[in-house]
Design a protein around this ligand. Structure first.
Ligand code: TXA
Ligand code: MG
Length: 345
């Protein structure tokens, strides 16, 4: 049997967005660019369409999806009992890479929330996503457009590689500007807790919440340490093994890098190195992918670099550990999970 053809990749013209909105109304799946990573979008009010997302990704049905909205004024259609801190965060950071977990409004399909009483919502900061959301006229459920547990796509070509034959259309919005998934903040349980670190830091969140003087700030607490008795919501991005390449991956301190490379090299292992430091010309047969010095540029390139490293078919990917500073927290999070899940293929 021949492989089904991949969905067409089209630029975000008005005609393409109108066609995409019609496909979404018909219950089909459309890949859309966002500023963080590409999303696999379906009509969030249509349980059958949402079911197709889970089938395409191979994602367990109890993992909730983020509902994407065109503007914060649609929030009350999806959430209830919205605390002032959530309104303040939405006003400060939307459109932008921030997802709010809130109590869900009546009528939000259980397929979207994974059967939980909460819903994740965000307004993405990508002109094509916003134009599509406006053309569609409702909420779009959209996880990252990768197969479950794999590296999130940051270009339209990555989406086609991951899921092309499962989609109706792929909207090309260019490479994603942020490059890693949104910061997820849970405001559904009377406190503020970062469930997934992202480009918007806990300190930035705390500044806005403090200014709103709304509720006690626990946003600076590390993930999973809110001290509450209510069960923590399920976050698939919080699984230890996630965002993983097929090649085994290890993080190495910069000071240990040269010695580690020499050791593996002596065992005739084929290596790919992702490092801030310049390559060592003494080491033939090592593929060296230079990484940017700033956290934002590093995040933008991280997933494309991991894909490129994986595609080289080496025995091992070595990554020089980035600086141990707050700006790098989300990157450490993704690298740690990639290392845990790596080498499975
Ligand atoms: O940047 C992003 O957030 C991207 C783009 C496409 O918007 N989306 C994304 O979706 O990363 P996904 O499904 O790959 O990750 C969403 C995360 C999952 O870990 C999910 O468990 C969590 O959000 N989530 C969604 N709704 C939730 C809820 N009600 N309670 C707790 N976690 C929730
Ligand atoms: Mg994902």
């Amino acid at each position: 049997m021949s492989k089904p053809a991949s969905a067409p990749i089209v630029p975000a013209t008005e005609a393409a967005l109108t066609a995409a909105a019609a496909l979404l109304h018909a219950g089909e799946l459309v890949a859309m660019p966002t500023e963080t990573v590409y999303g696999l979008a379906a009509d969030a009010r249509n349980p059958a369409a949402v079911g197709r997302i889970f089938a395409a990704k191979g994602r367990p049905a109890d993992h909730p999806l983020i509902v994407h909205l065109a503007a914060a004024d649609q929030l009350d259609q999806w959430a209830r009992d919205i605390p002032p801190a959530a309104r303040a965060l939405a006003a400060a950071f939307w459109p932008g890479p921030l997802t709010l977990i809130l109590k869900r409004a009546a009528g939000v399909p259980a397929a979207v929330t994974g059967g939980q009483d909460t819903v994740g919502v965000r307004v993405p900061a990508h002109p094509a996503a916003l134009a599509l959301l406006r053309a569609f006229g409702g909420g779009l459920a959209a996880p990252s457009a990768n197969r479950f547990g794999r590296i999130s796509p940051t270009t339209a070509a990555h989406v086609a590689e991951e899921l092309g034959e499962r989609l109706a259309l792929i909207i090309d919005g260019g490479p994603c500007a942020v490059g890693i998934e949104s910061t997820i903040v849970d405001l559904s349980r009377g406190s503020v807790e970062v469930l997934r670190p992202g480009a918007i830091s806990a300190a930035e969140l705390a500044r806005v919440i403090d200014a709103a003087a709304a509720i006690p700030v626990a946003a600076t607490l590390p993930t999973g340490q809110s001290g509450q008795s209510a069960p923590a919501p399920r976050v698939s991005g919080a699984l230890a093994a996630h965002y993983a390449p097929g090649t085994r991956l290890c993080l190495v301190a910069g000071t240990e890098l040269a010695a580690t490379i020499t050791r593996h090299h002596a065992e005739h292992e084929r290596l790919v190195v992702l490092a801030h430091q310049a390559s060592d010309p003494e080491l033939p047969g090592v593929s060296w992918l230079p990484m940017p010095a700033s956290a934002s540029a590093y995040a933008r390139q991280l997933y494309a670099r991991l894909r490129a490293a994986d595609a080289l078919g080496a025995d091992l990917i070595l990554i020089e550990a980035p600086p141990d500073a707050p700006a790098w927290r989300a990157i450490h999070d993704r690298l740690g999970r990639a290392a845990v899940g790596s080498g499975a293929q």
